[in-house]
Every structure is written in C-alpha cells, then in structure tokens.
Design a protein around this ligand. Sequence first.
Ligand code: NDP
Length: 308
Amino acid sequence: MTSRVVLIGHPVAHSFSGGMQQAAFDALGVDARYELWDRRPLDLADAIAELRGDDFLGANITIPHKEHVVPLVDKLTEEAQAIGAVNVIARDGKKLIGHNTDVAGFKAALDKIVGRQKMPRYAVVLGAGGAARAVTYALITGGFQRVVVFNRHLHRAEGMVRHFGRSAAHMDLRAMPWHESVLEAELAKTKLLVNATSIGLVPGETPIPAELLPPDLFVMDLIYNPAQSQLLKNAAAARDTILNGEHMLLQQGARSFELWTGKVAPLDVMQAELDRAREQGLRPMPIDMGSASGQPVDPGAGPTAPRG
Ligand code: NDP
C-alpha cells in the first residue's frame, strides 16, 4: 500500500514542500505520495481526523493552521508545547504527535547567515503567527538577550510574549506597536531583523519602507520567493547581509522527512529539487480542495509566491 503524507494549509497551491518531499521519497525508495490539501480553518478538524487512517505517515501544517492544530493532536513534543505551534504531525502507533521542526530549521538558517561572525544578542521580529512563534522561541533558547516583536495586531504579539513569559524570564522579550518611528528606533539598536509575516508573498510588498533599513544588519525573510522579496532587495541595497527562507524550508523539511520515515533525509536531493523549482517553476501537483470547496484549483492561479 502506498503511504500518504499531506500538506494542510490555506492556500497550498504554491508550496515547494510537495516537490521537495516527493523527490526525497523517490530517491530513497520510500513508497509514499505527498499530497497538497487546501483546507479552510473550519475544515481543519476533519482533515486531522482523516490522518488517523492507516495509510498516513503524517502531515505538514502551514499557514494559517499551525496554532489551531495544537488541540487536535494526541500529544505534543516538549518543544511544540513550549512554542504553541505545530508544523509537522507524525504517528506513534495510533497516536498523532505534534512536532515543531521550524525551530531547528530557523536555527540552521540563522547559523548560515551569521557564519563566522559573532552571533548577535538583540533581534527584531516581525509577525506573531506560527512561524514567528518558532523564530522567537529559537532566539529565546539561543541566548538572545533582547527580542522585540512587532505585529499588525498588537494584541497577538502581546499574547505571544505572555505565552513565552516563563521561558523568557532571563531576558527582555517585549511587544511594541507597529509605528514607523518605533520601528526605526528599534532597528537602529538591533543587528538582526526577521520577517515572519506573510507580507512579501505578493511581489513588491514589503513590511518595512526601504528608508528605515540601516546598513550592516542581518536581514532574514522566511518567505522563499524564487525572486528575492522586496524587503531583501531593499536590505541588499542598504548593504545588509540577507537570507531568504529557502535554507529554513530545506532544514525543517529534512527533519519532517526523518520523523515520517525514520530515514536520514537526502539533503542533496531535496536541495536539487528546490534549485530546480526556483529556476523552472513548480511541478504541477493536484490540489485537494476538500469536499466543501468543489473543484481542484489550477496550480497556476492564486497568490504568486510559495508557502512554507
Ligand atoms: P500565520 O498565518 O500564522 O501568521 C501570519 C503573520 O503575518 C501574522 O503575524 C499576521 O499578522 C501577518 N500578516 C499577514 N498579512 C499581513 C498584512 N497584510 N499586513 C501586516 N501583517 C500581516 O502564518 P505563518 O506564521 O505560518 O507564516 C508566516 C510566513 O512565514 C509565511 O509567508 C510563510 O510562508 C513563511 N514561513 C516560511 C517557512 C520556511 O521554512 N521558510 C516556515 C514557516 C513559515 P496579524 O496577526 O496581525 O494578522
């Protein structure tokens, strides 16, 4: 029986995960098929219930479900519990276990951008969704001393700061209102800026006006647009060091693969598929829209950039 792994999100049309994971399954002779499931928030519980079938190895969870899926699994790893967000579901017998591999993926990407230089201790994070939670947790546990979170809806950033209250007791973690003057003042003090919002999925959009970016920052955008995001283009022009979300995607994906299959992920195969997708575009994959939504969508329609 061919096993199944699914990506559950809304939308999922432009995810690179499908091609990357399928290439890894095929390379190691794992008889499994990676499927894209576009599910609205109301249909999430049904989608998770479906994963209990014997043919499923597990799932990836993406925008906007990473937090809402937490109460729907049987058990969380300590890390997923601490973060309050799940991006991978794997099975332990009949049980569905919620994991978070975004943290390890982000840490690998942070090491890559900082390289041999000294790791900064002060960061500005944009966003307060599932990805921002993983980023903030990685910074808290990675020895950062001050992390300031900006989010469109301030109350969500404040909720995240409260959530991390105990694990961040040793450092300064705070939410601030998204006003240009406040952002500018914080950016002048920081060495690391991370965009963990979805702003930039639409080409040309950027969370921060170019003139606010000081030189000599490390700027990471979790978005992995085939063309560089506008934020990263502006940051490069300001003489900042930049990194998009591709390395994080690869690293979190490798850990997901290992949780589903118990095999060491073929990183070179996965990277080659990402290179191919970046250069030639996505391989068309059928998208299951769920019973409520009717027809599968055209993979060429919808938003113009890929998801994690
Ligand atoms: P969520 O839906 O959980 O959160 C989205 C975030 O973006 C929220 O902070 C939201 O703010 C903000 N946002 C969305 N639209 C706007 C807007 N128009 N103006 C201002 N703020 C906005 O998504 P995730 O956290 O799961 O994902 C966020 C991004 O990170 C996505 O682009 C995703 O593709 C990427 N990602 C990449 C990964 C990788 O491996 N490279 C891994 C995980 C994610 P508010 O709370 O105010 O609505």
